[in-house]
Structures are given as structure tokens and as C-alpha cells.
Design a protein around this ligand. Structure first.
Ligand code: GLN
Length: 504
């Protein structure tokens, strides 16, 4: 623990917030790092982001849905996640429409226009503030994350995620800028210059992120930015590749591999247009035996040993998309030639004979034939299933964990052949043979023996990964915290958290 935190440990820390000059500047990872720093220093931090837009969600122990970035940050804080950490989650179902999750429950699909305009989102902001207030009764400091850029002038009066939230929280606010993107002086100076006096009063400093090379070379730049903005540059964080923290949105998915490689078990995850929960594959991706790539190229997909059809926010439209772009035929050919084809959630639904949506839950396609590999049909319902689950996989009695998030219910035609049996006796999924199966459970590939089962036909002689997923994540959070401590003036940050907020 550093001197300042040790001396003042009994005093309540005010909230801290990380906002950005734009999206994908690294706010979530920095927030996760600070959650771990505060935990290491003996405080009881908790994360908060008022609104996320993401197809990567998770389910709390209470069966409430929330964005995964705050789940990661809660893990870094060493506490269970709860929906108050992310009260609003927008899950885009198409370019025009999102499913709106409020306090963990879907409140319907709304067009972007209706959602953003209604009464300047007054009610939503009230709900968000209430969630924050509940959370701050239990934890301190609250580590808030903003969304995108804080200088979207036309959206400011409807903002519920950035500086209006910082003002409500009285948060010491730090601006994060990505130097790797270029234009860091313009974006930092411009962002600060466009703030109102009240907003400016919240700002405590600047963090330059993703710096490549020796940061001493940036000393002049740091001084210039301080002169231009009147704010201290509290840290210059390096661009890193050796710390693995789960990432929030599909911007990061774009950067992942697209090609098969030799000498490893090749796993292709179909890059569906509305792919959801791609974090399902993080553990598999980090397995030394595997090369995992995301692809929408039928020729590349056919090179894989194992094809996984992932979850989808819009199974019917994604089914149509893979029929039209040749991927469905590539999957069928691979299946026939004896390769592994596995489906998770939406992907499981696609492996069946038909997906129907009589009530238009996902869109305008009332019904569409699936791949016809598994003897099952799915109907999308208006009621959403969201729950964490414990289950056993096939005949292995070991307890596995995962979670379900879906609107569809699936009927098996003929003899059941479940993949998973839940603690309450319920069954899920269908196993046609060792190389052909599917089920609803997200996170199932975080269970090592299921990964081993998947890889067994291809990887018997290859070395296994050694460290458990829990220990691996803990190690990564500690590495992240240590890296931040090395490059940020942590005393200055603590000082700003002991100061009373300036009245805005
Ligand atoms: N997470 C998913 O893959 C969801 C699948 C499908 N869209 C459903 O809601 O049932």
C-alpha cells in the first residue's frame, strides 16, 4: 500500500471516473486496473458504467443481465457483479434498433430515435442515478467509466453516461486519450476546450494511453499538454500485449485473427453479423494447443478442424446471412467430411431444422430453415431466459458453470441426447456424436474439461494449459495494476480522491 492510501485508509474515497476523447481509447481496461489497485490497497471498490452498448452480456446471480465490462471490473475488485453496476444495456438487434435492458431486465426493443429522444431521457437518467446511489452505499471508491467521447456537443443534454453522471457522482474525473490513434494533442486540447466551466471543474487530469516505446521521449509532449489544458498528465501508459484482459466490444474483435495456422488445432468461430458473447471463446483462444480465428470466409472456415457457431442477437437474420454468403454450405460440407461442428445458443438454434419468430421478437423473418444437422426446432418467445447455471457435461460428474441469455425455446424431436444436465435435473442441448453438438450455455468453454472434450479428436498428444482460468485472471489483474502503478502518479490520484468535489 502506498503512503497516502495507508495514512487515510479509514476515510471515504470519492468516486473516480475515466472518460474518453473517443471510443476504444482503453477506458474499461484502465478502470479494471484501478479497481484492482484500490482492492490491493485495502479499499472496497466497485465499478459503474451507466450505459453500455454491447452484445457481450452476463447474468448476475439474481438472473439479471448486464454488460461484461463491469463484470470484469467487479472481478478485478474482488466482488460479485450486480446489475446496479451497469443499469442500462443496449443490445443492438439491427442497425436501427436495440433491445433495452434496464436494471437487468429487457424493457423492449426501441428504435434508436425513440430511445434517445424521449423526454431527453429524463426517466432513464433518474433510474441510473438511483442505481449509482445504491451502489455507493455499499462500496468506495466507485470507479466509473464513461462512454465514447465526452465532446459530442449535440448529445450532451441527453447524456446519462459521461459528465452529467460525473457531476451527480462528484467524481474526480480523468480524461483518457489514445496516442496510438494519432492526433493526441488535438483530441485532448479540443476535448478540454469544449467543456463548460462546470464540466471543466470535474477534470483532475489526463492519462495518455497506448504509448509505444520509451515514454521519456514524451516528456516535452506531456509538458505541452499540461500548458495547453492546465491539467496534469498523471500518466503515460504503454501499449501492451502481454496482459490479457477481456475486452468489451466488437471493435476489438475486428483486430483478431482471420486465418488458419499450421501445427495447432484450428478453431473457426463464425463471424456472424450479430455475433453475441464472443467472450465465450477467450479461454479456448488462450489455449496453447489452439489457433482460434473469427471468419466469414467460407474457404478459410473449411480449413478449420473445429467450427463453432456462436451466439447471435438475431438468429433468424444471421441464419439468412450465412445462407446467402456461402458459410452455411461450408459448415454442411465440413460436417459431412467429419469435422467438428458445435453451436452455442444462437448457433445451437441454427444447427436445428427451423427457427421461427411468430411474434417478431427479432425482426421480420417469421420462420427460416436451419442447417438441419440436429433434430430440433426453436421458437423465439417474448419472455427472456437469463440465469446463471451449474451443470454436468455428458457423463462427467464434475460441476461446470455457465449462464443462459436467450428468448428462444428449443424442442427436441425424437430421443433426447442432452449435452448438459443442470443441478435441478433440467437438461439442455443435443449431442449427435462427439464431433457434433450444441447447447444454450454461454461460458461453457471456460470449463477446462469441456475444452479437452472438444479438442480430444485433434489434440491428444499436444501439451495442456496449466493454470486455472481463475488463477489466470487474477494474475492478469495484478499485472495490470502493477503496470499502471509504474506509469501513473498514484499519489496524485489518491490526493484527488481525498479532496472534496468542487460544487458544480
Ligand atoms: N445469446 C444468444 O445467442 C441468443 C440467441 C437468440 N437470439 C435468442 O434470443 O434466443
Amino acid at each position: 500500500m502506498n503512503e497516502i492510501s495507508a495514512k487515510n485508509k479509514d476515510r471515504k474515497l470519492r468516486p473516480i471516473m475515466f472518460v474518453g476523447t473517443g471510443s476504444d481509447v482503453g477506458k474499461s481496461v484502465i478502470a479494471a486496473g484501478f479497481c484492482r489497485i484500490f482492492k490491493q490497497d485495502g479499499f472496497s471498490p466497485a465499478p459503474f458504467k451507466a450505459q453500455n452498448m454491447s452484445l457481450n452480456s452476463y447474468v448476475t446471480a439474481e438472473g439479471l443481465e448486464m454488460g461484461r465490462a463491469q463484470v470484469v471490473q467487479a472481478e478485478a475488485s474482488g466482488i460479485p457483479c450486480e446489475s446496479d453496476m451497469n443499469p442500462v444495456l443496449l443490445k443492438p438487434t439491427s442497425d436501427q434498433s436495440s433491445q433495452v435492458i434496464l436494471n437487468g431486465k429487457p424493457v423492449g426493443n426501441q428504435s434508436a430515435h425513440a430511445y434517445f429522444m424521449a423526454n431527453d431521457r429524463h426517466e432513464l437518467f433518474a433510474a441510473v442515478k438511483a442505481a449509482f446511489d445504491r451502489l455507493s452505499q455499499k462500496y468506495h471508491p466507485i470507479v466509473l467509466e464513461g462512454a465514447g467521447s465526452i465532446s459530442e456537443l449535440n448529445l450532451k443534454h441527453r447524456d446519462i453516461t459521461n459528465l452529467r453522471m460525473a457531476a451527480h457522482a462528484g467524481a474526480a474525473t480523468f480524461l483518457v486519450a489514445d496516442i496510438d490513434k494519432g492526433g493526441v494533442f488535438g483530441s485532448v486540447y479540443g476535448t478540454i476546450a469544449l467543456l463548460s466551466a462546470q464540466e471543466r471543474a470535474l477534470m483532475q487530469g489526463i492519462i495518455i494511453n497506448k504509448f509505444r516505446g520509451d515514454s521519456r521521449l514524451f516528456e516535452d509532449g506531456r509538458r505541452m499538454l499540461e500548458e495547453l489544458t492546465g491539467l496534469p498528465v498523471v500518466g503515460v501508459l504503454p501499449y501492451f500485449r502481454d496482459i490479457h484482459i477481456e475486452e468489451e466490444d466488437s471493435v476489438s474483435l475486428e483486430k483478431k485473427y482471420r486465418l488458419a495456422a499450421t501445427g495447432k488445432v484450428n478453431v473457426a468461430v463464425i463471424l456472424l453479423p450479430r455475433l453475441s458473447n464472443f467472450t465465450d471463446f477467450d479461454r479456448l483462444e488462450s489455449d496453447e494447443r489452439v489457433t482460434l480465428f473469427y471468419s466469414q470466409d467460407p474457404a478459410e472456415i473449411e480449413k478449420a478442424d473445429i467450427i463453432i457457431i456462436p451466439g447471435s442477437k438475431n438468429t433468424t437474420e444471421d441464419m439468412l446471412a450465412i445462407k446467402n454468403n456461402g458459410i452455411a454450405s461450408a459448415i454442411l460440407r465440413s460436417h459431412k467430411s467429419g469435422k467438428t461442428v458445435v453451436g452455442i445458443c444462437g448457433g445451437y438454434q441454427m444447427l436445428g431444422a427451423e427457427i421461427s419468430d411468430p411474434q417478431g421478437v427479432e425482426g421480420s423473418i417469421a420462420s427460416i430453415p436451419g442447417l438441419g444437422i440436429l433434430p430440433l426446432t426453436t421458437e423465439l418467445q417474448t419472455r427472456k431466459t437469463t440465469m446463471q447455471c451449474s451443470f454436468s457435461f455428458l457423463n462427467n460428474p464434475a460441476k461446470c458453470t455457465g449462464y443462459e441469455i436467450h428468448m428462444g425455446t428449443t424442442k427436441i424431436h425424437g430421443q433426447p441426447s442432452p449435452v448438459a444436465v443442470f443441478e435441478d435435473g433440467r437438461q439442455d442441448g443435443f449431442l449427435l456424436n462427439e464431433k457434433t453438438w450444441g447447447c444454450y450455455i454461454h461460458g461453457m468453454l471456460d470449463n477446462d474439461h469441456i475444452i479437452d472434450y472438444l479438442l480430444k479428436p485433434y489434440a491428444a498428444s499436444l501439451e495442456k494449459p496449466r493454470i486455472s482460468i481463475h488463477d489466470f485472471k487474477e494474475e492478469q489483474y495484478d499485472k495490470l495494476a502493477n503496470m499502471i502503478r509504474q506509469h501513473v502518479d498514484i499519489n496524485l490520484i489518491y490526493n484527488s480522491l481525498y479532496k472534496e468535489p468542487r460544487v458544480c
